[in-house]
Design a protein around this ligand. Structure first.
Ligand code: NAP
Length: 258
C-alpha cells in the first residue's frame, strides 16, 4: 500500500521504520529541522496548502494518509483532513497522549497568549519553552519581570529583561534542575506536548516546586482513526498476528474508529 506519513516528531520516524519494510512509505517533514535517516522515501518542505497536498496524494497514488505531526502543528493537520477528503482516501491520525499532573503539581492551563500573560502576572522570572512566540512580545515584558526563553534558534532580541537560550532537546533532568536554580526561575511555561523528549523540565519543576503554566492544545480535525500509540497503528497496518514493540512507548491507547 502507498502511505504518506506527515511527520516531524520521533514517533513518526519510529512508525516509518516499522512500516517501510512492508509498505511503500513516503515520510514527509516541513524541512526546518534535521532530516531523519530512513530506508523509505523522505520528502522535505511544504506542499503548498491543502490543495497542494491533495494534488500530491493524487499524483503519487497515495492510498492512506497518516497525520503523525506534533499536537501543536495544527495547520498541517487541518490541511491533511481537507486533502484526504478531496483525494477520497482515509486519514489516520496519531495523537500523542497529553501529560498528566502528579499529586501536588501546580499546573495552570491557559488557552492563549493573553491568558498566559495574565497567569504570569504574579511571577518575576518565568522560563518559556514554547518556541519563538515570546520573542514577538519582548516589548510587553512587564516592569520587574525577567524572561528566560529557550528555543531552537533565533537572533537575540535587544532587551535586558530577556535571556535567550538556543538549544535542542532532549534535556536531562539534572540540566533542567540546574537551569531552574541558576536562573532563579519561579514559573515554567510549556506546551502540553506529551511524550518523553522534553518531559524532564516538568519533573524538574515538580521537584523544585515551581508552578507550570501550560498552553492548551489547539483543536485538531477529525480523522477516520485516532491512535495514541504508533505501535498499535503499525500493528493494524502490518496485518493481524504481527506484533510490534515500540521502545519507550507507554501502554496502548484505545483505537477510535469514526
Ligand atoms: P504547522 O504550523 O501546522 O504547519 C505550517 C506549514 O508547514 C504547513 O502548512 C505545511 O506547509 C508545512 N508542514 C508542516 N508539517 C509538515 C510536514 N510534516 N510535511 C510537509 N510540510 C509540513 O506546523 P509547525 O507547528 O510549524 O510544525 C512544523 C513541523 O515541526 C511539523 O512537521 C511538526 O510535526 C514539527 N514539530 C512542531 C512542533 C510545534 O511545537 N509546533 C514541535 C515539534 C515538532 P504547506 O502548507 O506548504 O504544505
Amino acid at each position: 500500500m502507498r502511505v504518506l506519513i506527515l511527520g516531524g516528531i520521533g514517533e513518526a520516524v519510529t512508525l516509518a521504520r516499522m512500516l517501510a519494510p512492508v509498505h511503500a512509505v513516503t515520510y514527509s517533514i516541513a524541512g526546518k529541522g534535521r532530516t531523519p535517516d530512513l530506508s523509505c522515501a523522505v520528502r522535505a518542505g511544504g506542499f503548498g496548502g491543502a490543495d497542494g497536498l491533495a494534488a500530491f496524494l493524487r499524483e503519487n497514488g497515495i492510498e492512506l494518509l497518516i497525520d503523525a505531526t506534533h499536537p501543536y502543528a495544527a495547520q498541517i493537520s487541518r490541511n491533511a483532513a481537507l486533502a484526504a477528503h478531496w483525494a477520497d482516501i482515509p486519514l489516520w491520525a496519531y495523537r500523542r497522549p497529553a501529560w498528566r499532573p502528579a499529586p501536588g503539581d501546580d499546573w495552570r492551563s491557559v488557552a492563549n497568549w493573553s491568558a498566559m500573560m495574565a497567569a504570569l502576572g504574579e511571577f518575576e522570572r518565568p522560563f518559556f519553552t514554547i518556541g519563538l512566540e515570546p520573542l514577538r512580545h519582548v516589548a510587553e515584558i512587564p516592569a520587574g519581570q525577567h524572561w528566560l526563553v529557550r528555543c531552537l534558534a533565533a537572533a537575540p532580541p535587544a532587551s535586558r529583561q530577556l535571556t535567550l537560550l538556543c538549544a535542542t532537546g532532549p534535556f536531562r533532568l539534572d540540566e533542567e534542575l540546574m537551569l531552574l536554580r541558576d536562573y532563579r526561575i519561579d514559573a515554567l511555561v510549556a506546551k502540553d506536548s506529551g511524550g518523553g523528549a522534553v518531559e524532564a523540565k516538568l519533573i524538574a519543576a515538580r521537584q523544585s516546586r515551581v508552578p507550570v503554566v501550560l498552553l492548551e492544545r489547539p483543536a485538531l480535525p477529525a480523522a477516520d482513526r485516532f491512535y495514541g500509540d504508533v505501535g498499535r497503528m503499525a500493528s493494524d497496518l502490518l496485518g493481524s498476528g504481527v506484533r510490534v514493540r515500540v521502545e519507550g512507548s507507554g501502554k496502548s491507547e484505545p483505537v477510535f474508529t469514526r
